[in-house]
Design a protein around this ligand. Structure first.
Ligand code: 13P
Ligand code: SF4
Length: 304
C-alpha cells in the first residue's frame, strides 16, 4: 500500500482535472478496484455505465473488448485503455468473417455474441449477451435454435439451463478452462461444508461440482449473502476473492484461483500514464461501431 499511495493520489487528482471516469472490472487488482475506480462491476454493469456516463473521458480498467464496448456505446467520448495489449482468448478466437460464414451456413438462425468479442464480431450478430443475461437473451428470440458464440462452455451452460438448442463455436477462456471438476471435488472431500461458486466460462465438470454458477457480479452477491464463518472457493480470476474479501469479512476464501494475464496488464502506473498522455485511445470504425451498437443496445434494453 505505501508504494501504491502516490499513484492513487495522482490518479484521483488528475481524474478530476481531466473530467475522466474509471470503469473497473471485478478482476482488477484491489488497489485499482478499491482506490481509483469510480464504477466497478461485471461486463454488463460496465457496459450500462459506459452508456450513461457524463464524463468526457472513460479510462477502462479491463481488457480491450471492454474498452471497445465503451467506445461503441459512447462514440463521442474519448475511451482510453492503459495497456492496448490487454486482450482475451475468447475475443481472439473469432472474427467477423467467421460470423459471416456461420450466417451463410445457418440462415435464419439468430446469432448471439458474448460481449467478450471484437466490435467487428458484434457488428455481425443479432444481439450480445454477458454471463449475467445469456439465458434470457437466448430465450428472448422465442425460437428453438440459437447460435451462441464464441465460448463453448458458456454455450453449454446456457443449453443446460434452457430448452433452446444451442449451436456454438470452439472458443474458451484461458483462465476458466484450467479449473477441473476433480480439483473441486478434492476441496469438497476435505471440507464438506465448503461453498463452491463458479463462473459459467468454466468447463461442465467444474459447473457440476459447484453450488452456484453466475457472472462475476452474481458470484459476489452470492458470497456477500453467505453467513459468517462460511468457507468459499471462488472458481474464477484471483482478484475476485481479494476484492470481495473486504465486504465479506466473515468469509474465508480458499484458493485455487487462476490469474488472467490480460487483466493483470492494467496497473496503477499505466492508468496514471494513460490519464497524463491520453493514451491509448480506442478507435472503432464508425460504421462498425454503429452496427455493433445495435447488438449491444438490444442486449442492454432487454429486461434482465
Ligand atoms: P463477467 O464479469 O461478465 O462475469 O465476465 C467475466 C470475464 O471473464 C470478463 O473478462
Ligand atoms: Fe478473457 Fe478469460 Fe481473461 Fe476474461 S478472464 S478477459 S474471458 S481470458
Amino acid at each position: 500500500w505505501p508504494f501504491h499511495a502516490p499513484y492513487v493520489k495522482a490518479i484521483n487528482d488528475l481524474k478530476k482535472v481531466r473530467g475522466a471516469v474509471i470503469l473497473a472490472h471485478n478482476y482488477m487488482t484491489p488497489e485499482i478496484f478499491h482506490c481509483v475506480a469510480d464504477i466497478v462491476g461485471d461486463s454488463l454493469q460496465l457496459a450500462r455505465e459506459a452508456a450513461k456516463t457524463d464524463a468526457k473521458i472513460i479510462v477502462q480498467g479491463g481488457v480491450h473488448f471492454m474498452a471497445e464496448t465503451s467506445k461503441v456505446l459512447a462514440p463521442d467520448k474519448t475511451v482510453l485503455i492503459p495497456d492496448g495489449a490487454a486482450g482475451c482468448s475468447l475475443a481472439a478466437s473469432i472474427t467477423g468473417a467467421d460470423v459471416r460464414l456461420i450466417r451463410k451456413r445457418y440462415p435464419g438462425v439468430p446469432i448471439v455474441a458474448y460481449v467478450n468479442t471484437s466490435a467487428e464480431v458484434k457488428a455481425e450478430v443479432d444481439v450480445c449477451c454477458t454471463s449475467s443475461n445469456a439465458i434470457e437473451v437466448v430465450e428472448s428470440f422465442g425460437v428453438d435454435r440459437v447460435i451462441c458464440l464464441p465460448d463453448q462452455y458458456l454455450a453449454r451452460w446456457v443449453a443446460a439451463n434452457s430448452k433452446v438448442k444451442i449451436l456454438t463455436w470452439k472458443g474458451s477462456c484461458e483462465v476458466h478452462e484450467r479449473f477441473t471438476g476433480a480439483e473441486l471435488e478434492a476441496y469438497r472431500a476435505a471440507d464438506p461444508g465448503i461453498q463452491i461458486i463458479a463462473h459459467p466460462e468454466c468447463p461442465p465438470d467444474v459447473i457440476a461440482a459447484a453450488d452456484f454458477t453466475g457472472s462475476t457480479a452474481k458470484m459476489i452477491d452470492f458470497t456477500r449473502a453467505l453467513p459468517v464463518g462460511s468457507r468459499v472457493v471462488l472458481v474464477t480470476e484471483c482478484s475476485m476473492a481479494d476484492n470481495v474479501a473486504t465486504e465479506a469479512p466473515g468469509v474465508t476464501f480458499v484458493r485455487p484461483c487462476n490469474l488472467c494475464p490480460h487483466m493483470k496488464r492494467i496497473t496503477l502506473p499505466k492508468i496514471l500514464d494513460s490519464l497524463l498522455n491520453l493514451t491509448q485511445e480506442v478507435v472503432v470504425d464508425p460504421a462498425v461501431a454503429a452496427a455493433a451498437r445495435r447488438s449491444v443496445e438490444r442486449m442492454i434494453h432487454l429486461k434482465n
